[in-house]
Design a binder for this molecule. Sequence first.
Ligand SMILES: [Zn+2]
Length: 302
Amino acid sequence: MSKLLKFVMPFALCCAPVSAQDARPENTSVTFTKLSKSVYLLEGTGGNIAASIGPDGVVLVDSDYAAANSQVMAALAKADVASTTIRYVFNTHYHLDHSDGNAPFARIGATVIAHENVRSRHIKGAAVKVGPFLQAIPPYSPTALPTLTFNKSISLHFNADEIRAEHYSATHTDGDIVVSFREAKVVHMGDIFVRYGFPFIDVPAGGTIDGMISTCEQVLAYAPEGAFIIPGHGEVAEAKDLKEYIDMLKGTRAAVLRAQQQHMSLEQMQRARILSRWEKRYSNQYINADTFIEYIVASVAR
Ligand SMILES: [Zn+2]
């Protein structure tokens, strides 16, 4: 599978213009990569999963689609440790491709942890518009809901590591967290950082480009030398990749602000292709330059 296809596929399945039920894949495979003594990366059909695996059991960051559950479990069983009991599952945010798999993990005893806004959005359900596509997220069943919620940050002291989740408001949504494995030097950024191109910003759910930029800058400042930075989708990154992504976010935001100072309307900005400099590298079939201009304009207005 080409790199591009691999980046785009999870998103395609997340956001295809079909019912949420249909959007959940029937067949998928999960790859398993060791990043440090205790932290692994699982790449399935939905968002990337980070796993701390060791004597205390397993902590997962994100739960992929429910349909990927048996493949995720099979991948975890490959870890050369005595216990693969799943104790905790974080949701980096409320979108299906990061949290649809909650229920099967909860059923085997895992506690699902998320920011309080994730639980409220799961209770209500949502219709998420990604570029031209609309995906319905039905209200979650009680079993699938996060049962441990927090407002600012929470730490698990687990497998000889501190696994710290911090909330960053108004980023990809209003409920995103960044999870750091302090000893292992691994950071999972959820969809605040993605590698398929222009990112999706869920503005109706409280997302803003300013929050994305400031969060990425904060992570870049505190991520230790040589840290593995896990994006919501795509390959594991290092500091220089995150820096490049920040430059794109800042550059595109500045281009929109300049156009606004010249009193250009949204349509005029799109017609003038003010993001043409970034289009070749970042435009994708879900978020093209026109849609990204829309996200920036809507964010800045907020
Ligand atoms: Zn997302």
